[in-house]
Design a protein around this ligand. Structure first.
Ligand SMILES: Cc1ncc(C[n+]2csc(CCOP(=O)(O)OP(=O)(O)O)c2C)c(N)n1
Ligand SMILES: *[C@@H]1O[C@H](CO)[C@@H](O)[C@H](O)[C@H]1NC(C)=O
Ligand SMILES: *[C@@H]1O[C@H](CO)[C@@H](O)[C@H](O)[C@H]1NC(C)=O
Ligand SMILES: [Mg+2]
Length: 660
């Protein structure tokens, strides 16, 4: 029997072989049958060594591709155009970048294909933006960055996308195939670096491979548990033949036998690099994406369990909003089931601002009382206290596309009664078909008791908003006033510590997909990138970022990007002159605030310098808050990005919550 790894290897080899046979059209007659023979061998899981040798031999045939293809030596067509054609066919409307010679052809190719190129001021922004594009549109976001430092600058956002399970296609430059490992500029081992950060990664080695590799990248990014993928693009697979030839061959001219031999080799190498690149019409349409569906037998057990429940509870996480079901349809299914619901991550806002089923407060208590808990894409990590939040008396149904996540900390702190590796949306669709529309009688007392607790807590919050803070504005009041001016089309983005955590209890996303936060990786600095992606996907939406003053620092320069690209977003800063979430604990536990203090910087002026409109609000401006929030939206509609610097003081709102 083969190990999983060998099997994967075998399958991918079979695909490679198929690709090469495709390139050499002379074999086209046998192409399909040979592929099926290989797949059969795979299925039999035997002859592994023989197959691998065979695959290698056939793969080598690809090296002689230029015997079958004539390379047009004068053509100015280039690999960037091929990449753009695949992007276009996959519904990509924008790529995010920060320029670099290694990737110029991808950018000009995209421009020519009518794909909007958004150039940012830091590479990390490109991937945050691409992440937001996927979350809001279901089309993988695309970031294009240059070799070496361009790529390493994306690392935080790539890891964040991986943990948030967001499909991002990252394209990175690298030195030409011939010069790799020979000390070229910015030549580092990018593949090892991105191996743990992405779910799939591949280096392109021939121009003719660009299209199939790109298609595979899109399929991989969206299949199973979505995530970022990385495609490495050597310089000589991107530039036109005459330019590459000039770079590679002409530089080693001379008449000695040795240099003639070298030149012969280089010419041969180049022919092969470009063979079959532009003279073959390649399939560019998307591959089907593989999504795990709930198994019938398991679904039957779920229906039995849930139909007996008196106090059922749903906890939804980010995965629930993934295509193909999508957030709007999921909302219908949840409502038709009538089970009370806690929403987290991307599912916030799913049920609108005032749904009777949506509970917001005291989740811990509710989890202890429920008899059946459905974890829909919510994972037993720190957010559920590693599973300790669940009661051993409740029946737990866990649904997640990823097997690993499904069983996280199971057996130690909690035990799933039923665990389904399946798409969350599909799960609720099937459950609603069986038990929806009143077939389920959820106890009214149960919902009422949850709602009562919710209301009690919310009144307490409101009280908190009325107390004056020391010296500056009360953050709770700032956020309540912001909440009261939000509209149906607001998309909220959260980037910060305490101020943002407070916001998550006070502002109410109005509809599905109107709340973006980093997710499990919990990084600061996602604000500008998320806003960029959101404003492009939803140009008419009111994109509003809630920043801590510390967090704003990472994003501030991108106001220049908002201004240049005419993307009017607005930002509300909770400026407490401090990295408060850290200071609060550090002072308490270790007795010093060293390293945690900032000052009341005039961020509104910084933003003005970058082309935005700026406001500052301090104690005494309590009555003006709503007016300024309204005004900022108005300025957005007139095309201006806006930053509102709210100087806030301390309250007891977050006291006692531990955060790192
Ligand atoms: C990239 C990154 N660096 C550091 C941290 C640790 N961290 C978490 S919250 C926080 C404070 C954030 O300060 P600010 O944005 O001003 O929000 P506040 O807590 O003051 O409201 C820090 C430094 C982190 N999560 N991510
Ligand atoms: C799976 O679980 C992880 C961890 O809890 C969570 O972040 C993710 O959204 C879940 N994904 C799905 C598809 O349910
Ligand atoms: C702000 O705008 C909202 C909605 O447009 C409106 O109801 C409210 O009265 C406005 N408030 C102020 C203070 O301008
Ligand atoms: Mg702060």
């Amino acid at each position: 029997m083969l190990s999983d790894e060998q099997y994967e290897h075998l399958l991918s080899s079979a695909k490679d072989v198929y690709m090469y046979l495709h390139e050499i059209e002379y074999y086209i007659l046998f192409k399909n049958s040979i592929y099926y023979v290989f797949l059969t061998i795979c299925a039999l899981q035997t002859f592994y060594p023989i197959f691998m040798i065979l695959a290698m031999v056939i793969r080598q045939i690809g090296i002689f591709a230029h015997f079958f293809h004539k390379v047009d030596h004068d053509s100015n067509r280039h690999g960037g155009e091929l990449i753009a054609s695949v992007l276009k066919a996959h519904g990509v409307d924008y790529v995010f970048t920060l320029s670099g010679g290694h990737i110029s052809p991808v950018l000009t190719g995209a421009e020519k294909a009518g794909i909007r190129v958004i150039d940012t001021r830091h590479e990390v922004t490109t991937v945050f933006a691409a992440d937001a594009v996927y979350r809001l549109s279901g089309v993988p976001g695309v970031a294009v960055v240059t070799a070496g430092p361009g790529l390493t600058n994306t690392v935080t956002a790539v890891k964040n996308a991986q943990m948030a399970e967001s499909a991002v296609v990252l394209l990175g430059g690298c030195p030409s195939t011939l010069l790799k490992g020979r000390g070229a500029l910015q030549d580092i081992d990018q593949m090892s670096l991105f191996k743990s950060l992405t779910k799939w990664q591949k280096t392109v080695t021939k121009v003719r491979d660009l299209v199939p590799v790109m298609r595979e990248a899109f399929r991989q990014a969206q299949s199973g548990t979505p995530g970022p993928v990385f495609v490495e693009l050597p310089l000589d697979t991107l530039y036109p033949y005459p330019i590459v030839k000039k770079e590679v061959v002409s530089k080693s001219s001379g008449n000695s036998l040795r240099s003639r031999l070298v030149n012969w080799y280089l010419n041969h190498y180049l022919e092969n690099l470009f063979a079959g690149a532009f003279d073959v019409e390649r399939e560019i349409r998307p591959w089907p994406v593989e999504i795990p569906f709930p198994k019938k037998a398991q679904m039957q057990k779920v229906v039995e369990l849930v139909s007996k429940a008196k106090k059922p509870l749903i906890v939804l996480g980010s995965q629930s909003t993934l295509p193909p079901i999508g957030a709007t349809e999921l909302r219908k299914h949840i409502e038709s089931l009538g089970i009370p619901c806690f929403l987290g991550g991307m599912s916030r806002g799913l049920l609108g601002p005032n749904s009777p089923l949506h509970m917001r407060q005291s989740r811990g208590l509710a989890l202890k009382e429920a008899d059946v808990v459905i974890l829909g894409g919510a994972v037993c990590d720190f957010r559920l206290n590693y599973g300790k939040s669940l009661s051993s008396k409740s029946k737990i149904i866990a649904v997640n596309r990823s097997k690993q996540q499904l069983y996280k900390n199971a057996g130690i702190f909690w035990n799933p009664t039923l665990a389904l590796q399946a798409d969350v949306g599909q799960f609720f669709k099937e459950l609603a078909e069986k038990l929806g529309n009143g077939k389920l009688s959820v106890s009214k007392d149960w919902i009422d008791s949850l709602k009562e607790r919710d209301n009690a807590k919310e009144s307490k919050n409101l009280e908190m908003a009325l107390q004056p803070a020391d010296k500056h504005l009360n953050p709770v009041k700032v956020l309540f006033d912001l909440e009261h001016t939000l509209s149906e089309d607001t998309i909220l983005i959260a980037d910060g510590g305490d101020f943002v955590a407070t916001a998550s209890y006070i502002v109410r996303p109005r509809k599905p997909l109107s709340w973006l936060d980093p997710g499990a990786f919990g990084t600061l600095g996602c604000g500008a990138g998320f806003a960029l992606g959101a404003k492009l996907v939803k140009p008419d939406a009111d994109v509003c970022v809630i920043f801590g003053d510390g967090s704003l620092g990472y994003s501030l320069i991108e106001f220049d990007t908002f201004y240049r690209h005419k993307l009017p977003i607005r930002a509300v800063i909770g400026n407490d002159a401090c990295w408060t979430q850290i200071a609060r604990e550090q002072v308490n536990m270790l007795g010093s605030d060293v390293g945690c203090n900032l000052i009341y910087t005039t961020y509104e002026q910084a933003a003005e310098g970058l082309g935005a409109k700026g406001f500052v609000l301090d104690a005494g401006d309590e009555e003006k808050l709503k007016e300024v929030f309204n005004k900022s939206r108005q300025l957005n509609l007139e095309g201006h990005p806006v930053l509102i610097n709210c100087l806030i003081g301390k309250t007891k709102f977050r006291e006692g919550s531990i955060s790192v």
